[in-house]
Design a protein around this ligand. Structure first.
Ligand code: ZN
Ligand code: FE
Length: 241
């Protein structure tokens, strides 16, 4: 495994993902805050080379200025969103690859939650950094994009190898589970995933990363057979209490 990914809790329910290469070099994806990320970086050697950004929301980028000032890390984000991201050292577009600590990350179009949202798939490490597109048992709200875009984005992620680790932006799994079970009350894989997530939270652990195989089997948003169904489920979740 070329890189390892560790979730760093930020704010109330965000995760920044700290990536570590075998030689000890570090990168981070979506630093919502600088302090918890810096603390983890200090514990792992005190150098941060790279910052990856999936989208422009403050709860994914607010830690960038502090980390750049402290470590001089290079910032990578979507060319299409350059105007509303922190200053980028490398602007990338879907279809391109970016070097992440010696591993290749494929840049995937991931519109839906926002326009210009991207995901990074690091195949040699089986890591997917998907921001607010795919959550365990859920998907991002359609704040800027359409159900059609989210359907395409989720289909592209579902096509990744099953063992791929889903490193997403929020610890939403338990609240997603409460809605998901109303959509698929008889899905055994979903019931098993809910039990697993409850045990993880009870032990004080993150429910993430999940895997693409687990989401394919248990996530009603990823399992929606067509755009209309995804739109209906997403609207149902938006009003679910
Ligand atoms: Zn967001
Ligand atoms: Fe977010």
């Amino acid at each position: 495994m070329a890189l390892t990914a560790t979730p760093i809790p930020c704010l109330s329910d965000n995760y920044a993902w700290l990536l570590r290469a075998a030689d000890g070099r570090l990168a981070v994806c979506d630093p919502a805050e600088d302090a918890p990320v810096a603390k983890a970086v200090e514990a792992m050697g005190g150098k941060l080379d790279l910052i990856l950004l999936t989208h422009h929301h403050g709860d994914h980028v607010a830690g960038v200025p502090g980390l750049v000032a402290r470590y001089g890390a290079k910032v990578v984000g979507a060319a299409a969103d350059r105007h509303r991201l922190p200053p980028l050292d490398q602007a990338v577009s879907p279809g391109e690859t970016v070097d992440v600590l010696g591993s290749k990350a494929a840049v995937l179009a991931s519109d839906g939650h926002t326009r210009g949202h991207i995901a990074f798939h690091i195949a040699d490490s089986q890591i997917l950094l998907c921001g607010d597109t795919l959550f365990s048992l859920g998907c991002g709200r359609l704040l800027e994009g359409t159900a059609e875009q989210m359907f395409a984005s989720l289909a592209a992620l579902a096509a990744l190898p099953g063992e791929t680790l889903v490193c997403c932006g929020h610890e939403y799994t338990e609240s997603n589970a409460r809605f998901a079970i109303t959509v698929e009350p008889n899905n055994a894989a979903l019931k098993a995933r809910i039990a697993e997530a409850q045990a993880q939270r009870a032990a004080g652990k993150p429910t993430l990363p999940s895997t693409i195989a687990s989401e394919r089997a248990a996530n009603p948003f990823m399992r929606a057979p067509d755009i209309a169904t995804l739109a209906r489920i997403r609207a149902g979740k938006d009003s679910f209490r």
